[in-house]
Design a protein around this ligand. Structure first.
Ligand SMILES: *Cc1c(COP(=O)(O)O)cnc(C)c1O
Length: 391
């Protein structure tokens, strides 16, 4: 792709930090892990952070540490990355897919409330595309129904709800540092929490069930290898240091996109200013207008790719994925998800996207969308408005 969907930003300070770790010979469970965890907890506004090998591992450890398992239900969105539902399955619990709000694309609190059963243990809220979910409403539901409120903040590092950063609002929050995220460690993730017992459980489980104080080959439970290398932690520290500047630049890119695209009648731009919230821009996702329903997002993605521009299918609903055809789950009415998902297109989005590139993406997208719309209006597809066939 000439203009990729995403691209990490690696500078000389990042390279120097990783190289310095390599020269020490201490490549795992060292000082960089501790420093990175402390910096992450500070940034999120929690007492503890547990850094792990991926955002998916973070979700898994978190659900497991809360004792969620077989026979339990966890409320999740279907309009999300598949790792969210998979983590619920890893612990043997049932994902209950609930619909999203049509503006923010986050879980709809009213629908969440309606989907709760005596088996529900947790609401796993996802701050989709970096837009904070309706946490006040979610907290009220969780309190009233005595449920855990978990935040998947993997797309939302640095986003704010009221005076607080996401990840610090529920019992625990997860982050992911894959190279398409706001900051990257190559592969990596973390759980943040202010619950010491929970943090301890996750630290043990990430390292084959070893207690922090225990001897190296003393395992108090079956755990995992979800450790993250010192090189990744050193990279994460450098990236986190400039996170606020990064978020600033991403917001500027998003605003340029909106300026250029909001005049196009075929497209709907994402929300930019929401009360009580600061968005941490993860992706820039436009919607094809409803009257363009016949034009699939996948056609646009393909046509853009043919012009060298990488676009993303964010998201194909999880409950419609082949992986979930025979996997236990429950759907609690997903009409908004099913109506919106086929119309969402993620445009190239990264810190260093230039003004020129933004211009090219917008012009190409508007040209393709209007051409497809025109073809659709003039062509006479099989079962449309033509005169009824005489019997
Ligand atoms: C990126 C992401 C994750 C974690 O992904 P990993 O690739 O495992 O690091 C989890 N949830 C959501 C919503 C994500 O976007």
């Amino acid at each position: 792709m000439r203009i990729p969907l995403a691209q990490p930003e690696i500078d000389e300070a990042d390279i120097a930090a990783v190289t310095a770790v390599l020269r020490t010979g201490r490549l795992s469970l060292g000082p960089k892990l501790e420093e990175f965890e402390e910096a992450l907890a500070n940034y999120a506004g929690t007492s503890h952070a547990v850094a792990v090998s991926s955002g998916t591992a973070a979700l898994h450890l978190c659900l497991r540490a809360l004792g969620i398992g077989e026979g339990d239900e966890v409320i999740v969105p279907s309009f999300a990355f598949i790792a969210v539902a998979n983590a619920v399955r890893y612990v043997g619990a049932l994902p209950v897919f609930v619909d999203v709000d049509s503006e923010t694309l986050n879980l709809d609190p009213e629908r969440v409330d309606a989907a709760i059963t005596p088996r529900t243990r947790a609401i796993l809220v996802v701050h989709t595309f970096g837009v904070p979910a309706a946490m006040k409403e979610m907290q009220a539901i969780a309190d009233r129904r005595r449920l855990f409120l978990l935040e998947d903040a993997c797309e939302a590092l640095g986003a704010e709800y009221g005076a607080r950063r996401v990840g610090s609002l529920g019992i625990a929050g997860t982050f992911g540092f894959y190279p398409n995220k706001q900051i990257t460690t190559g592969e990596g993730g973390a759980v943040v929490t202010s619950d010491l017992k929970l943090a301890r459980k996750m630290r043990a489980a990430r390292n084959q069930g070893r207690n922090e104080s225990g001897a190296w080959l003393q395992h108090s439970e079956i755990g995992f290898n979800y450790r993250v290398s010192e090189m990744s932690c050193a990279l994460g520290l450098e990236q986190l240091r400039r996170c606020d500047a990064v978020l600033h630049r991403r917001e500027a890119v998003a605003r340029r996109y909106t300026q250029k695209l909001s005049a196009c009648p075929l497209l709907q731009t994402p929300p930019a200013d929401l009360p009580f919230r600061k968005i941490s821009w993860f992706a820039y996702v436009v919607r094809l207008r409803e009257d363009l329903r016949g034009i699939s997002r996948d056609c646009i993605v393909q046509a853009m790719a043919a012009r060298g521009i990488g676009c993303g299918r964010y998201f194909a609903p999880v409950h419609l994925q082949p992986a979930y055809a025979n996997e236990p789950h429950r759907c609690a009415g997903l009409s908004v998800t099913e109506a919106i998902a086929p119309r969402t297109v993620a445009l190239p989005f990264f810190n260093a996207l230039s003004e020129h590139e933004i211009g090219e993406v917008c012009e190409t997208l508007m040209e393709l969308a209007s051409r497809m719309a025109a073809e659709k209006a003039t062509g006479l597809p099989k079962n449309s408005q033509g005169p009824p066939a005489t019997p």
